[in-house]
Ligand binder design. Structure first.
Ligand code: P53
Length: 498
């Protein structure tokens, strides 16, 4: 490897995005509506009000959805606008390439390809758009790493079938996956199936197209959720993911396909054995997702939870074989923070998604959104994952959302972001020295974009700034923050120059 660097040669440095958070143009190019087009803006003040209260931010009920469909003008729906990547991808990608990016993680908007999810033919204009984007990535020396479904199920599938509650949606997904694998064969080497597949537990609408009837019926509450439904949806998505893996290998044997989980690393609140036991329970709820996708079968530890909670997974004939045949080539995670566990007396899946641990870690500082900053936890989690699967790991997301005071050039001295990056890359290097096989690192939101949890643009992650506010005002002019130059130097030295 290059002088002074612990990172292997060819390490994929770069950044990650999602269609629903950057593209905009929600009603152009033949695109159909997606669940993400109904994720309302939630102000920082309102968001703060949720602290300690396990309500997901981007929950959408039937009632809210109907209202937003009928009176969109009453709602601020920033994911319809994104950062206008659809029209401005050339200049935006050029800025990322200027930092020396080797990889650009993005997602395809399913409803650009199949506007209703279950159309007879794909939308050629949508297919063309991604051809152009992938070509541009290659021209700029960046490998596209593409998520099939990142929180944006076609709305029609949500309304007609309850999204992934139904096997119809599984079939539609397989068809969509097959279509893009064939179309982009040779152009895309790395694929991911579902973004943060485990977030169905807290955000079934966003993640899986499940329209919830009523916010007070318990389905929104991660402690009291409708577990039977959520685990059935999980099963259906496991099958959909495995089918996509199988198709991908058939269509393009050169391509590699991975999964993506929101990694929840848990610490016990105290040395009390009961707290350790709670950690074990909570770990299981998180490992469950990567265990099924990486090992191809249901782990032993879920059976008791399912039995005691009257959860009966409906499997179709062949599902078990599909899961076994459709294991992923590599494992990917998002890593933002760690969580503290206190004994609850029974195994109860904890909140994930945009929800921070209810118990604060006194040893850690937190972001302005209350997300604890824990670089050592990154090293710990990487070792745990590698120990469990011995599969190559890609970091799909890691990053810091902050309020930036941008000057008239879109510049800000964002030392807080540099510090977060530096400390996490340091620990990534330690994990590699420990022997963990990591082949790439994608910073979440290398260009400012729309937040997933709250649809804020003012929760900025970027090294590149975008002149845009939470209400769609702004020129879209791009700027380079101090962190832009830091990351550029870091990449140029293959991680040696921190
Ligand atoms: P935002 C919550 C906690 C950890 C990861 O999140 C999460 C979420 C979802 O809100 O999701 C991932 O934008 C997700 C991205 C998202 C990013 O983390 O809420 O895959 O789409 O933007 C950061 O600050």
């Amino acid at each position: 490897s290059s002088t002074g660097s612990v990172f292997p040669d060819g390490f994929l440095w770069g950044g990650a995005t999602a269609a629903n958070q950057i593209e905009g143009a929600y009603d152009e190019g033949g695109r159909g509506l997606a669940t993400s087009d109904f994720a309302p803006f939630i102000s920082r003040e309102a968001n703060r009000g949720y602290e300690g209260d396990p309500l997901p931010h981007n929950a959408m009920t039937r009632e809210m959805l109907d209202d937003a469909l009928e009176h969109p003008e009453k709602w601020n729906l920033p994911k319809r606008r994104g950062i206008d990547f659809y029209h401005r991808y050339r200049e935006q990608l050029a800025e990322l390439a200027a930092m020396g990016f080797k990889v650009f993680r993005m997602s395809i908007s399913w409803s650009r390809i199949f506007p209703n999810g279950d159309d007879a033919e794909p939308n050629e204009e949508g297919l063309d758009f991604y051809d152009a984007v992938f070509d541009e990535c290659h021209r700029l020396g960046m490998e596209p790493l593409v998520t099939l479904c990142h929180f944006d199920t076609p709305l029609n599938l949500a309304l007609k079938y309850g999204g992934f509650k139904s096997r119809h949606t599984v079939d539609a997904f397989e068809r969509y996956a097959e279509t893009v694998f064939s179309r982009y064969k040779g152009k895309v080497k790395y694929w991911l199936t579902f973004n943060e597949i485990n977030n169905v537990l807290t955000n079934p609408f966003t993640c899986s197209g499940v329209v919830l009837p009523d916010p007070n019926d318990g389905t929104h509450n991660p402690y009291k959720g409708d577990w039977a439904m959520k685990y059935q949806v999980s099963h259906n998505q496991f099958v959909a993911s495995a089918k996509a893996v199988i198709k991908c290998h058939e269509i393009d044997p050169e391509a590699k396909i991975g999964n993506m989980v929101c990694r929840l690393e848990n610490y016990a609140e105290s040395p009390k054995p009961e707290d350790q036991l709670q950690v074990l329970f909570e770990d299981h709820f998180n490992w469950f997702y990567s265990d099924v996708q990486a090992k191809g079968e249901y782990p032993y530890y879920m059976k008791r939870f399912f039995d005691e909670n009257d959860i009966h997974i409906e499997m179709e004939p062949g599902d078990e074989e599909t899961l076994k045949a459709g294991t992923v080539d590599f494992v990917t995670i998002s890593y933002y923070m760690t969580y503290i566990m206190r004994y609850k007396g029974e195994p109860v899946p904890k909140p994930s998604g945009s929800l921070v641990s209810a118990i604060k870690n006194p040893y850690l500082e937190a972001s302005e959104w209350g997300w604890p900053i824990d670089p050592l936890g990154f090293r710990i989690t990487l070792n745990h994952i590698y120990d469990r699967y011995h599969l190559p790991i890609f970091i799909s997301e890691n990053g810091l959302g902050a309020v930036d005071q941008l000057d008239e050039n879109g510049y800000v001295e964002d030392d807080y972001r540099i510090d977060y990056l530096k400390r996490h890359v340091e620990q990534l290097g330690e994990a590699i020295k420990d022997g963990v096989d990591v082949f790439g690192y994608a910073w979440w939101g290398p260009i400012d974009l729309v937040s997933s949890g709250t649809s804020e643009v003012s929760k900025r992650y970027g090294f590149v700034s975008v002149d845009l506010d939470d209400f769609g005002n702004g020129t879209h002019k791009l700027g380079r923050k101090k962190s832009f130059y830091y990351y550029k130097k870091l990449i140029a030295s293959n991680g040696a120059d921190l």
